[in-house]
Design a protein around this ligand. Structure first.
Ligand SMILES: Nc1ncnc2c1ncn2[C@@H]1O[C@H](COP(=O)(O)OP(=O)(O)OP(=O)(O)O)[C@@H](O)[C@H]1O
Length: 315
């Protein structure tokens, strides 16, 4: 059995447009996701995120390369046995109620007996749907329908959750609630693979992010690595009578000391020796979203210069 829950190996997908001209959806994409990891797949519109997810969930076949879940090719239905999946625009049987939908999900996962209804109600209440559990899905708002789809994916206790833009359609309060539910799922040992083109909400959720652009994987790293690794700067705010080297006094009182992340502990020790009281420690500078935008722009420039170089080649 493979130690990786997800393995993508040189995965490529070529679509055909209306005139049957090839459209490259994915190009030789390779990555692995370990058990218990939360992996975020980030990229702008049309980057290839949904294509990857559709191949992983067996909806599409790759043109070449392999996608495996627990070592099984995703064209094999057994690969999806312990999988929970929410597509970007979930289609639910809208004449059913949320409770019926979740009971169906639980039964599909082999759950039986009296406990099933209360298990399903537990998930509906967790997603704020207790009061509408017996209303038809067609009468619910978009955000509520999205939460029913999440409940449907969670109710079967999946070992792997694949979510395409899980927070789209949710208001800020529910975005935070869903992020917390997903963090709890990961902390209990679940593996998570999710896509997003907006990183602000999911920054706290991913252990690693892969950045995809125009069908090619451009980089993979932890949020800290993508923000600039050990060059990340930290700000320490402290109160004390005597300054320490590098500390600037603040108009509102106390001191601000900016250090590289890898020098943080030494500086804290220095401040402690100088009898400072630490009020706050926070990262300074780039958020993941900004790092991502800068990365995509740099890659665009690289793509443009490669295209120019190719065009200038003598034929
Ligand atoms: N059925 C299809 N036929 C032709 N081209 C397609 C098809 N599906 C996707 N594509 C193309 O493949 C590329 C990748 O699309 P994909 O939907 O995977 O991107 P995405 O990253 O999920 O984008 P979004 O964030 O907008 O959902 C795009 O150029 C898209 O136009």
């Amino acid at each position: 059995m493979s130690e990786h829950v997800i393995e993508l190996e040189k995965l490529s997908k070529v679509y055909r447009d209306k005139r049957l001209k090839p459209v490259q959806g994915l190009q030789e994409l390779s990555l692995q996701v370990r058990a218990g990891e939360a992996f975020g797949f980030a990229g702008p519109n049309g980057a290839g995120k949904s294509t990857t997810i559709k191949i992983l969930t067996g909806i599409l076949r790759p043109t070449s390369g392999h996608a495996r879940i627990h070592g099984l090719d995703t064209t094999d239905h057994r690969a999806r046995r312990k999988l929970g999946y929410v597509p970007e625009n979930p289609y639910l049987y809208d004449y059913l109620t949320p409770l019926e939908m979740l009971r169906m999900g639980a039964r599909m996962r082999g759950m039986k007996g009296r406990g099933v209804t209360s298990h399903c109600m537990g998930w509906l209440e967790r997603f704020g749907l207790g009061a509408v559990a017996k209303k038809r899905i067609r009468t619910l708002s978009k955000g509520m329908t999205q939460r029913v789809a999440l409940g449907h994916a969670m109710v079967g206790n999946p070992e792997l959750l694949i979510l395409d833009e899980p927070l789209s359609g949710l208001d800020p309060i529910w975005r935070q609630e869903v992020v917390e539910t997903l963090i709890a799922y990961r902390n209990q040992g679940g593996t998570l693979f999710f896509s997003s083109h907006v990183l602000t909400d999911v920054e706290q959720l991913g252990d690693r992010f892969g950045i995809i652009h125009r069908g090619r994987l451009r980089t993979i790293g932890s949020p800290t690595e993508l923000r600039g690794g050990s060059n990340e700067q930290m700000m320490i705010v402290s109160l004390g009578t005597f300054p320490v080297p590098g500390a600037l006094s603040r108009a509102s009182g106390g001191w601000e000391t900016q250090v590289k992340a890898d020098a943080l502990w030494n500086k804290l020790h220095e401040l402690e020796q100088a009898q400072h009281r630490i009020l706050e420690i926070r990262p300074v500078g780039l958020r993941l979203e900004q790092a991502f935008m800068r990365f995509i722009q740099d890659e665009d420039l690289k793509d443009i210069s490669l295209q120019k170089a190719a065009a200038e080649q003598p034929r």
